[in-house]
Structure formats: C-alpha cells, structure tokens
Design a protein around this ligand. Structure first.
Ligand SMILES: Cc1cc2nc3c(=O)[nH]c(=O)nc-3n(C[C@H](O)[C@H](O)[C@H](O)COP(=O)(O)OP(=O)(O)OC[C@H]3O[C@@H](n4cnc5c(N)ncnc54)[C@H](O)[C@@H]3O)c2cc1C
Length: 458
C-alpha cells in the first residue's frame, strides 16, 4: 500500500456466499477488534466469515489515539507499515491538567518512541480501513468470505437439553427492507459489533438474563475535528487530557491526528451525566462552552475552525469491575458457540477511555480457546468459561486500577493535588502515562502499596 490516499478507496470484498453456508468462525463487526479476530483466526487455519454493516471507508467516533498496546498487534498483523505510510501523528508525551489549572507533561519512554512503539494518533477512518483491508486479504486467502453492508439482525441460539449454544447469525445485505435475509452458521461466532453488539446482547440479556448495559459503567463521548487549534502543529508531540470541573468525572481531550487536524472531545460516565441539568446534560453543549467561553481553552480556538459535520457522539462500555457481578467480570462475554471481544465484551479502560488495545488483545486471546478441527461440532461451554477467566486474568488488575484512578478524578481537589504532585514527582507521571501507553510489564502498577507509596509518601 504505497499510496498515501489508498485508504479512501473502496475495499473489494468479493462474492457474497450463499445463504446457509457453514464456516468455522463468523465475526460480527469489522472494527479493529473484529478485523484483528478475523485475521488471527484466518492465520490459525480457520475458514472465517467477516461481517460488517458499514461500507469502507467508514468513520468511528473516537479520540483516535492508538497506544503502545495496540501497536504490537498492529505490527504482528502486518498493518504497521501501512499506517506509517499514511498521514499520522507520533505521540511523544501526554499533558495532563486538573480543574485548578495545574498541568504536567509526561514524556513517553524514549526507547519506545525510538522503536516507534510509544503511540500514534490518526483518524479511525484511516486506521480501521487498514485493519479491515488486511483482514479481507487474509480471510479470502484462507478460503473464507467478507461481506460489507451486512447487518446482523438475529443471533441464532439452539436450546438443547444440555444448555444453549449459539450456532450462527441471520441478517440482511444492504437496505433493511429491500435487502434479502441470509443465514450463516459456524462452530464459533465472535461478537465484535461494538457497544451494542447483538452477540453480547444475546449472551447477557436473552440467554443468561444478566445486565448488558449499566449506566455506571457506560460512558458518553463526543468528538469534533478542528483545524488551526493554537499550540497544535507539527507531526510529533503531546496529546492533551484535561480533567476540568465541567466534565467531571471524565475529561476534555485535544489529540492532534496529523499536521493540520486535531481531534477534540469530551467524555463522561453516563450515570454522572444524568445527575446534572443544563449544559452538563449535553456533551455537545459542554464542548461548545469549553471551546468558545471557557477562560482556559477558548483562546486556543479563536482562530480555529471546526470541520463541518465532524461533531458526533458515541458510547464507551467500560471494563470497570462490577460491585456484584451476576457471573463473570466485567460481565458475561462468552458461552457455548460464542466469544465477545473489545467493546462487545465491555473492555474500555475506565480512566483513559482507551479501548483499541484491549479489543486487539482480546481478539488474539480467542484463538487460544478455539481449534477449528477439535471444535468442528461447536465451541464448547468449558472453553467459553476458560476464555472469560483468562480475559479477566489478563486485564482485571489493569482495569480495576484504572477504576480506582477514575475515583480520584471524581474528587476534584484530590485530582488537582495529584496532578500538582505529578509535576514534582516523576513516578506519578509515569503511572498516568502507563495507563495510556500500557506497557504490559508494569506489575508494580497493580499493587495498592506501590500506589500509596508513590502518590502519598514524599
Ligand atoms: C468518543 C470516544 C473516544 C475514544 N477514544 C479512544 C482513544 O483515543 N483510543 C482508544 O484506544 N480508544 C478510544 N475509544 C474507544 C474505542 O473507540 C473502542 O474501544 C474501539 O473502537 C473498540 O473496537 P471494536 O472493534 O471492539 O468496536 P468498534 O470499533 O465499535 O467496531 C464495531 C464494528 O461493528 C459493526 N457493527 C455493529 N453492529 C453490527 C451488526 N449488527 N452487524 C454487523 N456489523 C455491526 C460496526 O459498524 C463497527 O464497524 C473511544 C471511544 C469513544 C466513543
């Protein structure tokens, strides 16, 4: 992919398979999680069907920061080189600020930056295109199929004597009313349809009658693209996270995505947003106030222009631990015949809002529990349980820790104190950075004693 404009072209996904066709793996949703899962399973020898309801290139509302955790998968899947050929921003540091205006800039580890593993920011329009394009090539090469503009409507559940099993999906290509219905079956269905994934809904609400969407663990996010924002030029530098009163608990972000364009947005936990009236009840209004009236930020937007039509909201399903989980943490995300990944498994970091890394990590993890030959008669319940345990084993500490930090953000004075201390004590800055850069080796980060010692002791 030598052409820097390549990601604007349509993706050729080939003929649509006959209704009734059988696959080893069906992947519902072609975002980064679904594209990675389809690629990893195709590489492991499965015949995959990848289904996506949109047509590429398609936008996804996001902050557009692709952190270090994502980059190892992106490299493994052969997509990193493609990204580097298209316009992108290299993140060398993160600026954090709190409501009293305290600010700290934390540099990302020099070695990671040199190795190009610290992090990038680039529009999801581009990033997701490249992930999906690579998945299409790998899936078709290994005998599978890919369909764009295919909306999964129903998840097929077989209710047998020994329990329920997901056996495939039914949906339509193209227009809801005019598109012909098609059904496909598989030993394994992977839910990768994002925050409202039909597979995740079926597992939680329909089969196990457990909660799917809890307002304390869902966050609203609103994004706009701007040009000409003061202090944002060049193709390398910081991304900015501002914990300000008006968006508490949550944050206002300024993430440059290439030399000219900046992703600007706000995010806030939905249950908290509901407690407020007026401006705070609408993320769009909050953002307007910050960019036009606030003392701290409006000056930077005086000569800037919002890219028309770029203002849109979306939801982030957090991976914060539930107080009394009905079964598994953060919620049930697998059963006989199915595993969910990424947003469909509610894995977004509750402090940073980062979800791409965990989508890619969970996508790869599913390959450890499914073998197309051994499980040709259906992906068994015990493997589903093993997957859920392994997923929380892998991410539970990190997500719980981020949830604790989210608690600090809620208490404004504590947060201001935290940022002031971070500006004096580099170790605290490193903790904040770890939450974004997510170097997997930071065992210390999960120890309460380590956190206490680092934050509280002089
Ligand atoms: C405002 C905001 C800012 C964020 N900022 C960041 C950030 O800076 N960095 C970061 O890492 N993460 C960020 N996130 C989180 C990140 O966007 C998600 O975690 C990530 O997109 C998850 O990837 P996914 O593949 O699981 O789901 P998605 O990216 O949501 O992809 C799901 C795909 O499934 C398709 N689909 C849905 N339903 C169906 C259906 N019925 N049939 C067929 N296809 C279907 C959708 O069209 C979509 O393409 C942000 C999120 C928001 C909302």
């Amino acid at each position: 992919m030598g052409d820097t404009e390549e990601w604007k072209k349509p993706i050729e996904t080939g003929p649509i398979p006959e209704s009734g066709d059988v696959f080893d793996v069906i992947v519902v949703g072609g975002g980064p999680g679904g594209s990675a899962a389809a690629s990893y399973h195709a590489m492991a020898g499965s015949r995959v069907l990848l289904l996506e309801k949109e047509v590429w290139p398609r936008d996804k509302i996001c902050g557009d920061a692709v952190g270090g955790k994502s980059l190892s998968h992106v490299a493994e899947l052969g997509v990193k080189g493609m990204i580097e050929k298209t316009p992108h921003y290299r993140v060398d540091s993160i600026i954090f600020s709190s409501s009293d205006g305290s600010e700290v800039r934390v540099m990302l580890p020099e070695e990671d930056f040199e190795r190009m593993e610290a992090g990038y920011a680039l529009p999801r329009l581009q990033f997701d295109y490249m992930m999906f394009k690579q998945a299409t090539e790998l899936v078709i090469k290994s005998g599978g199929a890919v369909i764009q503009e295919f909306t999964v409507k129903d998840v097929d559940v077989n209710k047998g004597d020994e329990g329920s099993t997901i056996t495939g999906i039914t949906g339509f290509v193209g227009h809801r009313k005019k598109g012909a219905m098609r059904s496909y079956s598989s030993a394994l269905t992977i839910g990768a349809g994002g925050y409202n994934c039909p597979v995740a809904r079926t597992i939680t609400e329909s089969v196990y009658e457990e909660p799917f969407r809890e307002a304390d663990h869902f966050c609203g996010g609103y994004r706009e693209y701007w040009t000409g924002v003061e202090g944002c030029d060049g193709d390398t530098g910081p991304i900015e996270i501002h914990f300000i009163d008006e968006v508490n608990p949550g944050y206002f972000w300024i993430f440059p995505v290439n030399e000219n364009v900046v992703n600007v947005g706000v995010g806030m936990v939905i249950s908290e947003q509901r407690k407020h009236g007026g401006m705070r009840s609408s993320l769009k209004k909050m953002q307007k106030w910050i960019t036009t009236e606030s003392d701290r930020f409006s000056n930077r937007f005086k000569k800037a222009q919002m890219v028309e039509g770029s203002g849109r909201g979306w939801q982030l399903p957090f991976g914060s631990p539930r107080k009394s989980p009905a079964s598994f943490q953060p919620r049930r995300n697998a059963m006989a015949g199915a595993m969910c990944i990424g947003d469909s498994a509610s894995l977004v970091d509750p402090f940073t809002g980062e979800g791409i890394g965990n989508a890619l990590l969970s996508a790869k993890l599913t390959t450890e529990f499914f073998d197309p030959k051994e499980h040709s008669e259906g992906f068994p319940e015990d493997q589903a349980t093993a997957y859920m345990e392994a997923l929380w084993g892998e991410l539970g500490n990190e997500l719980s820790n981020s949830y604790r930090l989210q608690g600090i953000v809620k208490r404004k004075r504590l947060m201001s104190w935290f940022v002031r201390r971070a500006s004096k004590k580099p170790k605290i800055g490193e903790i904040l950075t770890e939450m974004i850069a997510s170097k997997e080796s930071q065992e210390n980060l999960y120890s309460k004693w380590f956190l206490f010692k680092t934050i509280v002791l002089p």
